[in-house]
Design a protein around this ligand. Sequence first.
Ligand code: HEM
Length: 523
Amino acid sequence: MSASISETTRNVQPIIACILALVLYSALRWVNTRNKMPPGPLGIPFLGSRHQMPILKPWRKFTEWNKHYGSVVSLFLGSTPVIVLGSAQVAWDLLEKRSEIYSSRPRFVVAGEILSDNHRGLMLSNATSLWRKWRKILHNGFHVRKSENYKEIQSLESKVLLQQILTNPDDYEKHLQRFAASVVTSVTYGRRVDSVDEWIVKENMDSMACKLSIPGKYIVESWPWLLSLPRSWQWFRREPEERKKKDVHFLTYLLNDVRTRMNAGTSPDCLASQCLIDIDKIGMTELELAYSVSSPFGAGIETTAGTLVVFILAMLHYPSVMKKAQTELDSVVGHERLPEYEDRLNLPYINALVNETLRWRPVAILGGTPHAVTADDVYKGLQSCRYIPRGSTIFANFDRMMHEPEMFPEPETFRPERFLETDDPRLQTFDLPFGFGRRQCPGMHLALNSVFINISRLLWGFEITPKLDKEGNKILPDPSNFTNGFNSKPVSFECQIVPRNASVVRCIEAEYHEAKGKLSGWA
Ligand code: HEM
């Protein structure tokens, strides 16, 4: 008996020795790589810094590290190298100037592969042909001149928004969401929405809620080898696969609905109709097209509405900024008509206020979806050369970038003047909030047009002030109380939004009735 135990031990010993040697070799390799990388929390071999990363609002930890280690921080999450960029300059140096290797995406096992069979362009590597076709569709649909065509619907929807806020100011957040949703569904599918309770908005919200890209939610993201288990054992598939069936049904229905209306001659010009006309040239399957044209749905509603809520929050905390903006509007526009897009060039303070809103509390707090680097790189912008390994996930940490004191002195203060006093061209044309290089937000011009027209009209028409408690004290919402998630917006708060005078009320009512008439042509 004891002879057979010692024989077994003799047989097992070499295997254990091999495993230990392999583990030791991997650990040494890891330490060697780690030493060449930019500074950051050391972490543990094979686990990295996962234990140091909070599930909620991970950007706070990133910012702490950027402040401590510098503008380029490295860490490991499991076996994946991660780089956190904390200044605009390093992001421009890497994500823009070296865009050809910094424009891919990390692997999204659940949100990309299981949930959509890799049909969602936002999650795709820029090396795939589907991504290139998808990006072309979005560029053609939303480039700066094309976006001019959508100003009419944006202006009409903004008039509806003003009237809704006039009659029911307490629900301002819902009205802003409706505006953003209706603009997106109009430009994408040629159909507007009257309420956020409509099925098309609800279905989209459910789909978004299941985007499942929140780091840490699914263990298979860190351990993709779980995909080699027999399919029936892959418990993590159930929820996303259910959702996939609904998404395919929903998105195909929306595309077919546009086709039906085109055949009947009742569909306004929109992204889906343009793509259906060009479907052979585009070279996509129907399903690929259905997913592709739906991208503004996921990327353009929460971001636009959230930015407008940030604006309301800022006005509660900075009444002197509101007064200054209103003085500019009164002198350029007066009280007898609404601000229009044509006034933009004459409203420098409002334009600066739009930029400051996007900077002060960026909704895409982690710079949108993370990038991935496709080749080993060395960044010399730091004191010593620093190695960035191929396959690293790159976060543009807007939470730090937009509050970096060298670029934005007194970063916590909402001060539109900073954009007027600067001679830095990158602050005069401020596209930082829309990301970088080949992945820069394709909806940027549409978004800026939505934000400008609503900020200028809301300031023109209303006083935005805090609610008062029973003793008459102002109830100011916490300016840093934001939601969790890749898009982070203010947690709902109350405020008072009252018309500034009788003539703006008359004007809003009259414009609303005219707008309703014009909008009746939209499904
Ligand atoms: C204020 C509103 C908006 C903000 C702040 C915003 C911001 C961003 C940011 C930071 C990114 C990531 C860029 C990167 O990876 O470097 C992004 C990507 C994207 N945005 Fe926007 N966005 C807004 C509105 C819109 C709108 C209205 C649309 C729809 C037309 C849109 C469509 C997209 C798409 C499709 C992507 C993914 C691009 C890609 O993966 O190649 N966004 N956006």
